[in-house]
Design a protein around this ligand. Structure first.
Ligand SMILES: Nc1nc2c(c(=O)[nH]1)N[C@H]1C(S)=C(S)[C@@H](COP(=O)(O)OP(=O)(O)OC[C@H]3O[C@@H](n4cnc5c(=O)[nH]c(N)nc54)[C@H](O)[C@@H]3O)O[C@H]1N2
Ligand SMILES: Nc1nc2c(c(=O)[nH]1)N[C@H]1C(S)=C(S)[C@@H](COP(=O)(O)OP(=O)(O)OC[C@H]3O[C@@H](n4cnc5c(=O)[nH]c(N)nc54)[C@H](O)[C@@H]3O)O[C@H]1N2
Ligand SMILES: [Mo]
Length: 689
């Protein structure tokens, strides 16, 4: 076990897992499963055991077993045929949460580029890039993954749109709990009385999708009362005067009207934030799914920066953690417009990815070019993207569809070739745990004929003519990753528990010391060299330079007419502890924890509709209706409901299989910068089934 306490202790019996302590070795790839649950996943009777090739018509679901040789040969041959006939851009790759194994992220993140296609896409099309790239890069010139809460030194912790109590990996919550025990005040800003909010000192309920208004209203108080950090504002920001003018419209009463947070609390929260010596921010997907999500996140970040809590002790700190193993060769993105670039050019340029929400539009219209093939790798796109019917139509019209998964996902219905993947217990690789790194050994033999994902892509690259870029074996992969660190690799080989990596000395206010810019000068790596309140990068793409707030388009204020028929605000997808999106809803010991998809409602709304906890209900939006089971109480304010995501996959238990929340959501109602669908601020009605 590595000293960070995150490695795996397995008890094996006859080569099979008896018991597992701690997580599955890759905290980012799957739920941190333990014991029986892990065993049930690995040995699930639902697992794909051999490559399959479709024998009937597309959509009939008829497959025959095939050898790896035949299956990969077929995929390569068809990809090359499409390339010849339509160009390489006609083939698309999409990686989901099943491709987050460390080596997949480090080595195969642009695996389709050498083929000639720019259309490498991922669940980044609806997750995380908004918080970690699209908001922080134009503002601070820093990748947000390196901006971390200095919880151990905070006097106050604000958890804003995140629920670390239930989201896996479970690393943040214990740190928040410790901070609280030490005396830090914990405040949760959330639409729901979440599990995290329940453990906090205060819950500030906010109307879905309105966090930008709250942040701007708080900035108004801070600016008008001159509570900001003068040095930062005067010397290190760009666009302060424009912000000062813009926020004047966000008066406390206006913010109360928009957010439902009482006017006095908006003002007092702003004053607390400004006067408290050190405040850290724990923020994530609760802010990502509204009609101005990137700008809302920017507004929240600016709140921290202007009050002097950015890269200051106990605030949001820039953590320059060193992770050796970055690869030497990064294939260039082919010079062809990727899918979605017309609608979301900033997203595509900065992530070096296609935008998968525009996949169906492109396939079905043939514009700007025909798309004929897709590889779905570790993703359940039909459960996780809005408008599954439109995706299904697009999938039905392709010449080639490949699925690489451990389980028979619904995409299989349209697939030509299905390839079975291993779990992380069945492969060799490496993993970072904070500032530790460890080689992971194979713990059990691959299930059936399942293969390591990395090796599947390497083999395919070989057949497509660029195999020289990728390792041929698992050990070869490790050697390629650490090619510039032979000494570290030796240490790793001798220390199965892992090796502590040297890290730069902890320091604050790094912009003053020239630590944030490539040229070593003081300041930020932005066009102005300062924190860009008005972003020239965003303006260059035609977006608002200021963090302009937009109220939810499908909301009671913007669409009062629709609100008459759909009077409840619909949030979807708050994480539950026993599932990872669509995963594990077939695993007995995990399903037992919550066996049915729920819609969480306030008692007042439920009573008005004659609904009791446990009742079967139908959630209606103007796009569709889906069945759930009601969970009635006070953990959500009146007027708002929260519907579980994850259902809709054929191998799940019945209750979940028939409840795909994304029939209710909207592929075209999205944030204009990130293109992220508005998953968390729509309108619905709930009726007893
Ligand atoms: N309505 C609504 N929709 C949402 C969200 C929401 O909040 N509300 N959240 C969005 C977010 S944040 C995300 S990230 C997406 C997630 O979307 P997906 O990435 O599609 O999520 P999963 O359902 O976890 O699908 C992962 C698939 O990978 C497979 N898999 C797991 N491990 C491996 C592996 O090692 N190898 C291979 N080959 N396959 C593997 C699993 O069996 C599963 O089929 O959903 C989004 N969808
Ligand atoms: N067990 C488990 N763990 C997971 C996952 C999983 O499926 N299951 N998925 C993984 C993935 S891909 C991701 S991206 C992360 C996500 O990790 P988190 O961001 O922590 O996701 P949630 O737990 O849904 O927490 C989001 C919180 O935001 C709140 N919220 C919703 N709308 C709004 C809003 O408009 N404003 C504010 N202020 N709050 C709002 C929700 O009520 C919820 O409490 O979790 C990861 N971990
Ligand atoms: Mo995500």
């Amino acid at each position: 076990m590595c000293p960070s306490g995150c490695a795996v202790i397995l008890t094996l019996k006859d080569g099979k897992i008896e018991d597992i302590k701690a997580d599955a070795g890759n905290p980012y790839g799957m739920l941190c499963v333990r014991g029986r649950a892990a065993r049930e996943i690995v040995y699930s009777p639902d697992r794909l055991t051999s490559p399959l090739i479709r024998c009937g018509k597309r959509g009939e679901g008829c497959f025959r077993k095939a050898s790896w040789e035949e299956a990969l040969g077929t995929v390569a041959e068809r990809m090359l045929r499409i390339k010849q006939e339509y160009g390489p851009q006609a083939v698309v790759y999409h990686g989901g949460r099943g491709t987050f194994e460390q080596s997949m992220k480090d080595l195969y993140i642009d695996w389709l580029f050498p083929f000639g296609s720019p259309n490498h896409a991922s669940v980044g099309s609806l997750c995380a890039f908004a918080s970690f790239l699209l908001a922080p890069v134009p503002t601070f010139g820093i990748n947000g993954r390196t901006i971390k809460p200095d919880l151990e030194n905070s006097n106050m912790v604000v958890v804003w749109g995140m629920n670390p109590r239930t989201s896996s990996p479970p690393f943040l919550f214990p740190r928040i709990k410790k901070a609280k025990k030490r005396g830090a005040r914990v405040v949760a800003v959330d639409t729901m009385f979440s599990e995290t909010a329940k453990t906090a000192d205060e819950w500030i309920p906010v109307r879905s999708g309105t966090d930008g208004a709250l942040a701007l209203g708080m900035l108004r108080t801070i600016i008008n009362e001159e509570l900001y950090d003068e040095d930062i504002v005067m010397n290190w920001t760009h666009g302060f005067n424009e912000l000062k003018d813009y926020v004047q419209q966000f008066t406390p009463s206006e913010v109360e009207r928009l957010t439902l947070v009482p006017a006095e609390r908006v003002v007092s929260f702003a004053r607390e934030l400004a006067s408290c010596k050190s405040v850290s921010l724990v923020q994530f997907t609760g802010l990502e799914y509204s009609n101005s999500s990137v700008q809302n996140i920017r507004a929240v970040y600016l709140l921290w920066a202007l009050t002097g809590h950015f890269d200051e002790i106990g605030g949001m700190v820039i953590d320059r953690q060193i992770q050796p193993g970055a690869r030497k060769y990064k294939p260039p993105m082919p010079d062809i417009e990727p899918i979605g670039h017309r609608d979301f050019p900033f997203y595509c340029d900065y992530t070096r990815q296609a935008h998968y929400t525009r996949f169906p539009h492109t396939v079905l219209s043939g514009f700007p070019y025909p798309v004929k093939g897709v590889i779905i790798h570790g993703a359940a796109t039909l459960a996780n993207y809005p408008d599954p019917a439109r995706f299904a139509r697009a999938y039905s019209s392709l010449d080639l569809m490949v699925v690489i998964d451990r389980f028979p996902v619904s995409e299989m219905a349209y697939a030509d070739v299905v390839l079975p993947a291993t779990t992380l217990f069945e492969i060799e690789s490496y993993q970072y745990y904070g500032d530790y790194i460890r080689l992971r050994q194979r713990l059990i033999e691959p299930f059936g004929e399942a293969r390591n994902d990395s090796m599947i892509l390497s083999d395919l690259a070989n057949r497509l003519g660029y195999g020289h870029l990728y390792p041929k074996t698992e050990r070869g992969l490790i050697e390629q990753i650490f090619v510039e660190h032979p000494h570290l690799l030796k240490q790793l080989d001798c220390n199965p528990d892992g090796v502590k990596l040297p890290q730069p000395e902890k320091s604050y206010r790094k912009w003053e010391k020239g630590l944030l810019r490539k040229d070593g000068k003081p300041g930020f790596e932005t066009p102005s060299g300062k924190i860009e309140i008005t972003s020239s990068i965003l303006a260059g793409y035609g977006y608002d330079a200021l963090p302009v707030y937009n109220d939810p388009i499908e909301g009671p204020i913007k669409d009062p007419e629709l609100n008459k028929s759909y009077p409840l605000v619909l949030n979807t997808g708050a994480r539950i502890i026993n599932a990872y999106h669509s995963q594990h809803l077939n695993i007995p010991s995990l399903v037992r924890i919550q066996d049915k998809p729920q819609v969480i409602m306030n008692r007042t709304d439920a009573d008005a509709r004659g609904i009791k906890s446990g009742d079967r209900v139908i959630v209606h939006t103007k796009r569709g209706k889906v069945r759930f089971w009601a969970s009635v109480g006070v953990s959500i304010p009146p007027g708002t409901v929260e519907a579980n995501k994850g259902g809709g996959e054929p191998y799940q238990v019945d209750e979940w299989r028939n409840s795909n929340v994304n029939y209710l959501t909207d592929l075209d109602n999205c944030d204009p910068i990130s293109g992220y669908p508005v998953f968390k601020a729509l309108m619905c009605e709930v009726k007893k089934a």
